[in-house]
Ligand binder design. Structure first.
Ligand SMILES: Nc1ncnc2c1ncn2[C@@H]1O[C@H](COP(=O)(O)OP(=O)(O)OP(=O)(O)O)[C@@H](O)[C@H]1O
Ligand SMILES: [Mg+2]
Length: 363
Protein backbone atom coordinates (compact mmCIF):
# COMPACT_ATOMS: atom_id res chain seq x y z
CA UNK A 1 0.00 0.00 0.00
CA UNK A 2 1.15 3.51 -0.80
CA UNK A 3 2.09 5.83 1.98
CA UNK A 4 -0.72 7.21 4.09
CA UNK A 5 -1.70 10.79 3.27
CA UNK A 6 -4.53 11.19 5.72
CA UNK A 7 -5.68 9.35 8.79
CA UNK A 8 -8.94 10.19 10.53
CA UNK A 9 -8.80 8.41 13.85
CA UNK A 10 -11.98 7.86 15.91
CA UNK A 11 -13.13 11.37 15.05
CA UNK A 12 -16.39 12.69 16.46
CA UNK A 13 -17.67 16.22 15.92
CA UNK A 14 -20.47 17.61 18.03
CA UNK A 15 -22.23 20.94 17.63
CA UNK A 16 -23.80 21.34 21.08
CA UNK A 17 -25.64 18.07 21.65
CA UNK A 18 -25.85 17.29 17.95
CA UNK A 19 -23.46 14.66 16.61
CA UNK A 20 -22.48 15.71 13.06
CA UNK A 21 -19.63 13.22 12.66
CA UNK A 22 -19.81 10.03 14.68
CA UNK A 23 -16.68 8.05 15.49
CA UNK A 24 -15.23 8.03 11.99
CA UNK A 25 -12.10 6.09 11.06
CA UNK A 26 -10.67 6.61 7.57
CA UNK A 27 -7.23 6.09 6.12
CA UNK A 28 -6.42 7.61 2.72
CA UNK A 29 -3.33 6.71 0.69
CA UNK A 30 -1.01 9.12 -1.06
CA UNK A 31 -2.35 9.88 -4.54
CA UNK A 32 -5.70 8.26 -3.90
CA UNK A 33 -8.98 9.62 -5.27
CA UNK A 34 -11.15 9.21 -2.22
CA UNK A 35 -14.83 10.17 -2.08
CA UNK A 36 -17.17 10.92 0.78
CA UNK A 37 -20.63 10.04 -0.45
CA UNK A 38 -23.91 10.46 1.36
CA UNK A 39 -27.20 12.35 1.58
CA UNK A 40 -27.55 15.96 2.69
CA UNK A 41 -26.62 16.51 6.32
CA UNK A 42 -24.67 13.26 6.79
CA UNK A 43 -21.47 15.08 7.78
CA UNK A 44 -19.44 15.25 4.56
CA UNK A 45 -18.59 18.95 4.64
CA UNK A 46 -17.91 18.84 8.37
CA UNK A 47 -15.41 16.02 7.80
CA UNK A 48 -13.72 17.99 5.02
CA UNK A 49 -13.59 21.14 7.15
CA UNK A 50 -11.86 19.23 9.92
CA UNK A 51 -9.24 18.04 7.42
CA UNK A 52 -8.74 21.61 6.26
CA UNK A 53 -8.50 22.85 9.84
CA UNK A 54 -11.65 25.03 9.78
CA UNK A 55 -13.27 22.82 12.42
CA UNK A 56 -11.71 21.02 15.37
CA UNK A 57 -12.73 17.43 16.19
CA UNK A 58 -14.54 17.09 19.51
CA UNK A 59 -12.92 13.68 19.94
CA UNK A 60 -10.27 11.73 18.10
CA UNK A 61 -7.49 13.09 15.93
CA UNK A 62 -6.42 13.74 12.36
CA UNK A 63 -2.98 12.95 10.95
CA UNK A 64 -1.63 14.37 7.72
CA UNK A 65 1.31 12.38 6.36
CA UNK A 66 1.73 10.77 9.74
CA UNK A 67 1.70 13.94 11.83
CA UNK A 68 -1.15 14.92 14.16
CA UNK A 69 -2.44 18.34 13.10
CA UNK A 70 -4.58 19.54 16.00
CA UNK A 71 -2.29 22.53 16.51
CA UNK A 72 -1.67 23.29 12.85
CA UNK A 73 -3.81 26.18 11.53
CA UNK A 74 -5.48 25.87 8.09
CA UNK A 75 -2.91 27.95 6.19
CA UNK A 76 -0.05 25.85 7.54
CA UNK A 77 -1.59 22.56 6.42
CA UNK A 78 -0.51 21.33 3.04
CA UNK A 79 -4.12 21.03 1.90
CA UNK A 80 -6.36 23.20 -0.26
CA UNK A 81 -10.10 23.26 -0.40
CA UNK A 82 -12.29 23.87 -3.46
CA UNK A 83 -15.74 25.00 -2.42
CA UNK A 84 -19.03 24.38 -4.11
CA UNK A 85 -19.56 28.10 -4.60
CA UNK A 86 -16.34 28.81 -6.43
CA UNK A 87 -16.03 32.23 -4.79
CA UNK A 88 -13.95 33.76 -7.57
CA UNK A 89 -12.93 37.41 -7.39
CA UNK A 90 -15.23 38.98 -9.95
CA UNK A 91 -13.07 42.11 -10.38
CA UNK A 92 -9.93 40.11 -11.23
CA UNK A 93 -9.25 38.30 -14.48
CA UNK A 94 -8.62 34.57 -14.62
CA UNK A 95 -4.85 34.89 -14.38
CA UNK A 96 -5.03 37.11 -11.31
CA UNK A 97 -7.63 34.93 -9.66
CA UNK A 98 -5.22 32.04 -9.92
CA UNK A 99 -2.19 34.10 -8.87
CA UNK A 100 -3.94 35.67 -5.89
CA UNK A 101 -2.82 33.22 -3.19
CA UNK A 102 0.77 33.11 -4.42
CA UNK A 103 1.01 36.90 -4.44
CA UNK A 104 -0.25 37.03 -0.89
CA UNK A 105 2.38 34.50 0.08
CA UNK A 106 4.95 36.78 -1.56
CA UNK A 107 6.16 34.16 -4.00
CA UNK A 108 8.67 35.58 -6.52
CA UNK A 109 7.15 37.14 -9.64
CA UNK A 110 8.76 34.76 -12.18
CA UNK A 111 7.71 31.79 -10.17
CA UNK A 112 4.11 33.05 -9.98
CA UNK A 113 4.14 33.56 -13.73
CA UNK A 114 5.35 30.04 -14.50
CA UNK A 115 3.10 28.34 -11.97
CA UNK A 116 0.01 30.20 -13.17
CA UNK A 117 0.85 29.36 -16.79
CA UNK A 118 1.24 25.71 -15.85
CA UNK A 119 -2.05 25.67 -13.90
CA UNK A 120 -3.86 27.34 -16.80
CA UNK A 121 -2.58 24.68 -19.17
CA UNK A 122 -3.57 21.93 -16.78
CA UNK A 123 -7.19 23.05 -16.71
CA UNK A 124 -7.13 23.98 -20.40
CA UNK A 125 -7.88 27.67 -19.90
CA UNK A 126 -4.79 29.33 -21.36
CA UNK A 127 -6.94 31.08 -23.93
CA UNK A 128 -9.08 32.67 -21.23
CA UNK A 129 -6.36 34.02 -18.98
CA UNK A 130 -7.51 37.63 -19.47
CA UNK A 131 -11.23 37.01 -19.07
CA UNK A 132 -13.29 38.11 -16.08
CA UNK A 133 -15.26 35.43 -14.22
CA UNK A 134 -18.57 36.83 -15.51
CA UNK A 135 -17.38 36.12 -19.06
CA UNK A 136 -16.93 32.42 -18.31
CA UNK A 137 -19.24 29.42 -18.43
CA UNK A 138 -20.00 27.41 -15.31
CA UNK A 139 -17.51 24.73 -16.23
CA UNK A 140 -14.81 27.29 -16.95
CA UNK A 141 -15.40 29.02 -13.61
CA UNK A 142 -15.13 25.66 -11.95
CA UNK A 143 -11.77 25.09 -13.66
CA UNK A 144 -10.50 28.48 -12.51
CA UNK A 145 -11.38 27.50 -8.94
CA UNK A 146 -9.52 24.24 -9.43
CA UNK A 147 -6.47 25.96 -10.93
CA UNK A 148 -6.46 28.41 -8.04
CA UNK A 149 -6.13 25.49 -5.64
CA UNK A 150 -3.66 23.50 -7.77
CA UNK A 151 -1.32 26.46 -8.17
CA UNK A 152 -0.46 26.16 -4.48
CA UNK A 153 0.76 22.62 -5.15
CA UNK A 154 -0.99 21.16 -2.12
CA UNK A 155 -0.33 17.57 -1.11
CA UNK A 156 -4.06 17.11 -0.65
CA UNK A 157 -6.95 18.72 -2.45
CA UNK A 158 -10.31 18.80 -0.70
CA UNK A 159 -13.23 19.24 -3.06
CA UNK A 160 -16.69 19.92 -1.71
CA UNK A 161 -19.27 19.14 -4.41
CA UNK A 162 -17.20 21.07 -6.94
CA UNK A 163 -19.51 20.16 -9.82
CA UNK A 164 -22.74 20.77 -7.96
CA UNK A 165 -23.68 23.88 -9.92
CA UNK A 166 -23.18 22.38 -13.37
CA UNK A 167 -25.80 20.84 -15.61
CA UNK A 168 -25.70 17.10 -16.10
CA UNK A 169 -23.84 17.03 -19.39
CA UNK A 170 -21.14 19.47 -18.35
CA UNK A 171 -20.91 17.66 -15.04
CA UNK A 172 -20.15 14.35 -16.74
CA UNK A 173 -17.54 16.02 -18.93
CA UNK A 174 -15.90 17.74 -15.96
CA UNK A 175 -15.83 14.46 -14.04
CA UNK A 176 -13.62 13.00 -16.72
CA UNK A 177 -11.44 16.11 -16.87
CA UNK A 178 -11.06 16.27 -13.09
CA UNK A 179 -10.06 12.65 -12.96
CA UNK A 180 -7.47 13.23 -15.69
CA UNK A 181 -6.04 16.23 -13.88
CA UNK A 182 -5.80 14.22 -10.68
CA UNK A 183 -3.91 11.47 -12.49
CA UNK A 184 -1.60 14.00 -14.06
CA UNK A 185 -0.68 15.86 -10.88
CA UNK A 186 -0.85 12.75 -8.71
CA UNK A 187 -2.02 14.50 -5.57
CA UNK A 188 -4.49 13.08 -3.08
CA UNK A 189 -8.10 14.09 -3.72
CA UNK A 190 -10.80 13.95 -1.08
CA UNK A 191 -13.98 14.49 -2.99
CA UNK A 192 -17.37 15.19 -1.48
CA UNK A 193 -20.49 14.39 -3.45
CA UNK A 194 -24.04 13.16 -2.97
CA UNK A 195 -24.13 11.86 -6.54
CA UNK A 196 -23.58 8.11 -6.45
CA UNK A 197 -22.78 7.81 -10.15
CA UNK A 198 -20.13 10.50 -9.81
CA UNK A 199 -18.55 8.71 -6.86
CA UNK A 200 -18.63 5.34 -8.63
CA UNK A 201 -17.06 6.62 -11.82
CA UNK A 202 -14.29 8.74 -10.33
CA UNK A 203 -13.09 7.21 -7.07
CA UNK A 204 -10.45 4.71 -6.10
CA UNK A 205 -12.40 4.25 -2.89
CA UNK A 206 -15.64 5.59 -1.46
CA UNK A 207 -16.80 6.09 2.11
CA UNK A 208 -20.60 6.02 2.21
CA UNK A 209 -21.80 8.17 5.09
CA UNK A 210 -25.10 8.14 6.92
CA UNK A 211 -25.96 10.24 9.98
CA UNK A 212 -22.36 11.12 10.66
CA UNK A 213 -20.97 7.63 10.54
CA UNK A 214 -19.22 5.67 7.80
CA UNK A 215 -21.67 2.97 6.75
CA UNK A 216 -19.21 1.30 4.36
CA UNK A 217 -15.85 2.07 2.85
CA UNK A 218 -14.29 0.39 -0.16
CA UNK A 219 -13.66 0.47 -3.91
CA UNK A 220 -16.65 1.31 -6.15
CA UNK A 221 -17.21 -2.28 -7.28
CA UNK A 222 -17.31 -3.52 -3.72
CA UNK A 223 -19.72 -0.80 -2.59
CA UNK A 224 -22.01 -1.50 -5.53
CA UNK A 225 -21.79 -5.29 -5.72
CA UNK A 226 -21.45 -6.08 -2.02
CA UNK A 227 -23.21 -3.47 0.07
CA UNK A 228 -23.20 -4.59 3.69
CA UNK A 229 -26.33 -2.82 4.78
CA UNK A 230 -29.68 -1.68 3.49
CA UNK A 231 -28.74 2.00 3.57
CA UNK A 232 -25.77 1.48 1.27
CA UNK A 233 -27.68 -0.84 -1.08
CA UNK A 234 -30.44 1.74 -1.38
CA UNK A 235 -28.25 4.82 -1.65
CA UNK A 236 -25.99 3.42 -4.35
CA UNK A 237 -28.50 2.74 -7.09
CA UNK A 238 -31.86 1.10 -6.73
CA UNK A 239 -32.14 -2.19 -4.94
CA UNK A 240 -34.91 -4.71 -4.68
CA UNK A 241 -35.26 -5.89 -1.11
CA UNK A 242 -36.63 -9.32 -0.36
CA UNK A 243 -37.16 -11.04 2.96
CA UNK A 244 -35.64 -14.48 3.25
CA UNK A 245 -35.26 -17.10 5.96
CA UNK A 246 -32.02 -18.98 6.36
CA UNK A 247 -32.41 -22.73 6.11
CA UNK A 248 -29.66 -25.30 6.37
CA UNK A 249 -26.35 -24.53 4.70
CA UNK A 250 -26.48 -21.66 2.24
CA UNK A 251 -30.15 -22.13 1.47
CA UNK A 252 -32.50 -19.20 1.88
CA UNK A 253 -36.26 -19.45 1.61
CA UNK A 254 -38.06 -16.67 -0.24
CA UNK A 255 -41.82 -17.23 -0.10
CA UNK A 256 -42.46 -20.73 -1.42
CA UNK A 257 -39.13 -21.02 -3.15
CA UNK A 258 -35.70 -21.91 -1.97
CA UNK A 259 -32.53 -20.41 -3.25
CA UNK A 260 -28.95 -21.46 -2.74
CA UNK A 261 -26.69 -18.42 -2.43
CA UNK A 262 -22.95 -18.83 -3.04
CA UNK A 263 -21.99 -16.57 -0.18
CA UNK A 264 -24.31 -16.10 2.74
CA UNK A 265 -21.73 -14.16 4.74
CA UNK A 266 -20.78 -14.80 8.31
CA UNK A 267 -22.96 -15.24 11.32
CA UNK A 268 -26.34 -16.09 9.84
CA UNK A 269 -27.96 -18.89 11.85
CA UNK A 270 -30.67 -21.27 10.74
CA UNK A 271 -34.16 -19.76 10.97
CA UNK A 272 -32.81 -16.22 10.89
CA UNK A 273 -34.56 -13.65 8.72
CA UNK A 274 -32.24 -11.91 6.30
CA UNK A 275 -32.66 -9.13 3.82
CA UNK A 276 -31.67 -9.89 0.29
CA UNK A 277 -31.03 -7.17 -2.24
CA UNK A 278 -30.99 -7.66 -6.00
CA UNK A 279 -30.07 -4.94 -8.46
CA UNK A 280 -32.74 -4.17 -11.09
CA UNK A 281 -30.27 -4.70 -13.95
CA UNK A 282 -29.58 -8.23 -12.68
CA UNK A 283 -33.24 -9.24 -12.98
CA UNK A 284 -34.24 -11.02 -16.20
CA UNK A 285 -37.82 -11.17 -17.43
CA UNK A 286 -39.44 -13.51 -19.96
CA UNK A 287 -43.01 -14.08 -21.03
CA UNK A 288 -44.57 -17.10 -19.30
CA UNK A 289 -44.87 -19.98 -21.75
CA UNK A 290 -42.72 -18.31 -24.40
CA UNK A 291 -39.25 -19.30 -25.53
CA UNK A 292 -36.72 -18.52 -22.80
CA UNK A 293 -34.87 -15.48 -24.08
CA UNK A 294 -33.32 -13.74 -21.11
CA UNK A 295 -33.98 -16.05 -18.17
CA UNK A 296 -31.14 -18.56 -18.06
CA UNK A 297 -31.31 -22.18 -16.87
CA UNK A 298 -29.19 -21.68 -13.76
CA UNK A 299 -31.18 -18.71 -12.54
CA UNK A 300 -33.43 -18.62 -9.51
CA UNK A 301 -36.92 -18.00 -10.87
CA UNK A 302 -40.29 -16.81 -9.63
CA UNK A 303 -43.49 -15.94 -11.44
CA UNK A 304 -45.21 -12.63 -11.41
CA UNK A 305 -46.93 -10.05 -13.52
CA UNK A 306 -46.00 -6.70 -14.96
CA UNK A 307 -47.56 -3.98 -12.87
CA UNK A 308 -46.10 -1.00 -14.66
CA UNK A 309 -43.50 -0.06 -17.18
CA UNK A 310 -41.56 3.13 -17.73
CA UNK A 311 -39.80 3.79 -21.01
CA UNK A 312 -36.27 5.09 -20.39
CA UNK A 313 -34.85 5.27 -23.88
CA UNK A 314 -31.96 2.94 -23.11
CA UNK A 315 -34.52 0.37 -22.01
CA UNK A 316 -37.55 -0.19 -19.86
CA UNK A 317 -38.02 -0.13 -16.14
CA UNK A 318 -40.56 -2.78 -15.21
CA UNK A 319 -42.27 -3.07 -11.86
CA UNK A 320 -43.17 -6.70 -11.25
CA UNK A 321 -45.69 -7.98 -8.76
CA UNK A 322 -45.02 -11.37 -7.21
CA UNK A 323 -47.56 -13.90 -5.91
CA UNK A 324 -47.12 -12.81 -2.29
CA UNK A 325 -47.81 -9.17 -3.20
CA UNK A 326 -44.19 -8.04 -3.00
CA UNK A 327 -42.67 -6.03 -5.82
CA UNK A 328 -39.45 -6.13 -7.81
CA UNK A 329 -38.04 -3.62 -10.21
CA UNK A 330 -36.29 -4.89 -13.34
CA UNK A 331 -34.24 -2.65 -15.53
CA UNK A 332 -34.24 -4.07 -18.98
CA UNK A 333 -31.52 -2.53 -21.08
CA UNK A 334 -32.28 -2.39 -24.76
CA UNK A 335 -29.62 -4.30 -26.68
CA UNK A 336 -28.78 -5.07 -30.26
CA UNK A 337 -30.38 -8.49 -29.68
CA UNK A 338 -33.84 -7.08 -29.23
CA UNK A 339 -36.39 -6.70 -31.92
CA UNK A 340 -37.56 -3.18 -32.46
CA UNK A 341 -41.19 -4.05 -31.90
CA UNK A 342 -40.60 -5.89 -28.66
CA UNK A 343 -43.10 -4.69 -26.09
CA UNK A 344 -44.25 -5.45 -22.63
CA UNK A 345 -47.89 -5.17 -21.60
CA UNK A 346 -49.06 -4.24 -18.16
CA UNK A 347 -50.75 -7.30 -16.66
CA UNK A 348 -48.66 -9.77 -18.69
CA UNK A 349 -47.59 -12.91 -16.80
CA UNK A 350 -43.83 -13.24 -16.64
CA UNK A 351 -41.07 -15.47 -15.40
CA UNK A 352 -38.57 -13.48 -13.37
CA UNK A 353 -35.07 -14.77 -12.81
CA UNK A 354 -31.66 -13.83 -11.51
CA UNK A 355 -28.40 -15.58 -10.80
CA UNK A 356 -28.04 -16.61 -7.15
CA UNK A 357 -24.66 -14.90 -6.98
CA UNK A 358 -26.41 -11.60 -7.62
CA UNK A 359 -28.20 -11.88 -4.28
CA UNK A 360 -26.66 -9.43 -1.87
CA UNK A 361 -27.22 -10.48 1.73
CA UNK A 362 -27.52 -7.44 3.99
CA UNK A 363 -26.92 -7.31 7.70
N1 LIG B 1 -21.61 25.09 12.62
C1 LIG B 1 -22.62 24.22 12.83
N2 LIG B 1 -23.42 24.32 13.90
C2 LIG B 1 -24.41 23.44 14.13
N3 LIG B 1 -24.70 22.40 13.33
C3 LIG B 1 -23.94 22.23 12.24
C4 LIG B 1 -22.86 23.13 11.93
N4 LIG B 1 -22.28 22.71 10.78
C5 LIG B 1 -22.97 21.63 10.40
N5 LIG B 1 -23.97 21.33 11.27
C6 LIG B 1 -24.89 20.21 11.16
O1 LIG B 1 -24.16 19.03 11.01
C7 LIG B 1 -24.79 18.16 10.09
C8 LIG B 1 -23.79 17.78 8.99
O2 LIG B 1 -23.53 18.94 8.22
P1 LIG B 1 -22.62 18.87 6.92
O3 LIG B 1 -22.53 20.26 6.41
O4 LIG B 1 -21.37 18.19 7.26
O5 LIG B 1 -23.50 17.97 5.99
P2 LIG B 1 -23.21 17.51 4.47
O6 LIG B 1 -23.12 16.04 4.48
O7 LIG B 1 -22.11 18.28 3.92
O8 LIG B 1 -24.59 17.91 3.77
P3 LIG B 1 -24.86 18.61 2.31
O9 LIG B 1 -24.83 17.48 1.31
O10 LIG B 1 -26.25 19.15 2.46
O11 LIG B 1 -23.83 19.65 2.08
C9 LIG B 1 -26.01 18.89 9.58
O12 LIG B 1 -27.14 18.37 10.25
C10 LIG B 1 -25.76 20.31 9.94
O13 LIG B 1 -26.96 20.98 10.22
MG1 LIG C 1 -21.94 19.77 2.46
Amino acid sequence: MAEEAIRIESVTKRFGDFVAVDDVDISIAQGEFFSLLGPSGCGKTTTLRMLAGFEVPTEGRILLEGDPVENVPPHRRNVNMVFQSYALFEHLDVENNIAFGLKRKKVAKDEIKSRVTEALELVDLSAKSGARPNELSGGQRQRVALARALVNRPRVLLLDEPLGALDLKLRRQMQIELKEIQREVGITFVYVTHDQEEALSMSDRIAVMSDGRVAQCGPPEEIYEHPTEEFVAGFIGISNLLQGRVESGNRVRIGDDCLEVPDLGDGHGEGETVQIAVRPEKVAVDEVGGEPYRVEPDMFTVEGEIESKVYLGVGNQLTLKLGDGSRLVALEQATYRMKADEQWEVGQRVTIGWHPEHCMILS
